[in-house]
Design a protein around this ligand. Sequence first.
Ligand SMILES: Cc1cc2nc3c(=O)[nH]c(=O)nc-3n(C[C@H](O)[C@H](O)[C@H](O)COP(=O)(O)O)c2cc1C
Length: 192
Amino acid sequence: MSMPRYLTFSGSRREGSFNTAVVNIVSGELSKLTTHVTELSLNDFELPLYEQTIENHHGLPDKAADLRDLFKHHDGLVIGCPEYNGFLPPLLLNTLTWISRSPAGQPDLSLFQGKCVLVISCSPGSLGGIRAAAHLKSFLSGVGSVIFPDMVIVANAFSAFKEDGNLADENLYRKLITTTRQFHQLTSSINA
Ligand SMILES: Cc1cc2nc3c(=O)[nH]c(=O)nc-3n(C[C@H](O)[C@H](O)[C@H](O)COP(=O)(O)O)c2cc1C
């Protein structure tokens, strides 16, 4: 079985982000299964708001080109998706929109196509961001990604974590680890 490369990131730059915290747990588990885990922070990839006039006048921002390069060299994505008004946060949508464009300012979905994705959402609400996660899954399947069928949803975020950063609910923690391992199996077999 080949060694898949994973790119993990959260659609939140907030200090103390719950989504980043869950993504960190998944990254830690994936690191036990493969040596190729890149933990990406969108803090390092500040981008202007995507707008076609900006693209026409200034082309692809350097940071977007760097991000495209990172996506290109990874087989699996783990995305933590905060929920804003039942939808994806602007930061995440903006990032995904920029990397859907080629340096020549044309549509280019190649970075998404065939890429295995595990979608995570965590929120203080009782639904844990499941609506945003469903929208993200819809976006990703529309651009040709292979979505892991099970989402990781962590509700009631203010009480969901222990001091060491792990999940307080043992059953949920076990499910998260099992899902991560199954995601790794799927990604490995697709990239074998
Ligand atoms: C503009 C805005 C809209 C939000 N809408 C929702 C929502 O629809 N559902 C929900 O569960 N939480 C909602 N929240 C709360 C976020 O889930 C919460 O701020 C969460 O901590 C964001 O994710 P993060 O911790 O990874 O930054 C909203 C927060 C903001 C700022």
